[in-house]
Design a protein around this ligand. Structure first.
Ligand code: F6R
Length: 247
């Protein structure tokens, strides 16, 4: 795992955007695996800025997102398709026909998941996967459990995830209880993984991910087995690792 130290959230966002821009320049037809949530918002802002300045071209880029709440459609402002349009796709020259998010409106979970698996296969797999991490160590919506799940699946969201994500909804009762998520197999098949971690509330999860056992109880710990992960972490996220004298 390569490690890029960042002073704060802004520096992390900027450095990740630079990394992604470099990747897009090297391979204009790149397939990006994208994430939602607070972590990548700053990165997307920097990408939009770079596009406006003419330094990056998204016209041939394809994207596949990690996850979507079951029950939320593309126009739902808490949904992840809406998030991606709002934060990135509406502001750059990506062809939206080449951007994929699981179909939250498909009630048949098996169908939604097998269709998404087919999409990932049809685009030829993921070149660079951008990941955030949950306070409980989840990646995508692969929640702590007894096993690692390989492909796209329907997840019962953990209580801690419902609580963490309630900030985006009027109340915790409005947070959908299920989501469609890529599995860790999809994530691990990406040629390169960019892991973005910011904030004290992620410090324990980051410590467990890097120094703990490889266990489905901390889903991100499987990244120890990936041979091309670049970790961008800020000072707050590294606080526990530092306290333990590991940095
Ligand atoms: C988002 C996703 C999640 C988030 C994680 C962290 O598509 O799959 O794993 O990356 O929950 O969320 P934030 O960045 O909001 O702290």
């Amino acid at each position: 795992m390569r490690f890029v130290y960042c002073k704060n959230y802004d520096e992390m966002s900027k450095k990740i955007a630079e990394d992604l821009i470099q990747e897009i320049r090297q391979n204009p037809e790149i397939v990006l695996g994208l994430a939602t949530g607070s972590t990548p918002e700053g990165t997307y802002e920097y990408l939009v800025k770079a596009y406006e300045e003419g330094t990056v071209d998204f016209s041939k880029v394809t994207s596949v997102n990690l996850d979507e709440y079951k029950g939320l459609g593309p126009d739902d402002d808490q949904g992840y398709r809406y998030f991606m349009n709002h934060h990135l796709f509406d502001h750059v020259n990506i062809d939206k026909a080449n951007t994929y998010v699981p179909n939250g409106l498909e009630e048949d979970s098996d169908k939604a998941c097998s269709e998404y698996e087919a999409i990932i296969e049809n685009v030829g797999g993921i070149d660079v996967q951008l990941l955030g991490i949950g306070g409980n160590g989840h990646i995508g919506f692969n929640e702590p459990g007894e096993i690692f799940i390989k492909g796209t699946h329907c997840v019962d969201l953990a209580e801690s995830t419902l609580k963490a994500n309630a900030r985006f909804f009027d109340s915790i009762d409005d947070v959908p209880k299920q989501a469609y998520s890529m599995g860790v197999g999809n994530i691990m098949s990406a040629k390169k993984v960019i892991l973005a971690v910011s904030g004290k509330n992620k410090a324990q999860a980051l410590y467990d991910t890097l120094y703990g056992d490889i266990t489905p109880k901390v889903q991100a710990s499987i990244l120890q087995l990936h041979n091309n992960v670049v970790l961008y972490a800020d000072e707050d996220a590294l606080s526990i690792i530092k306290e333990k004298g590991l940095l």
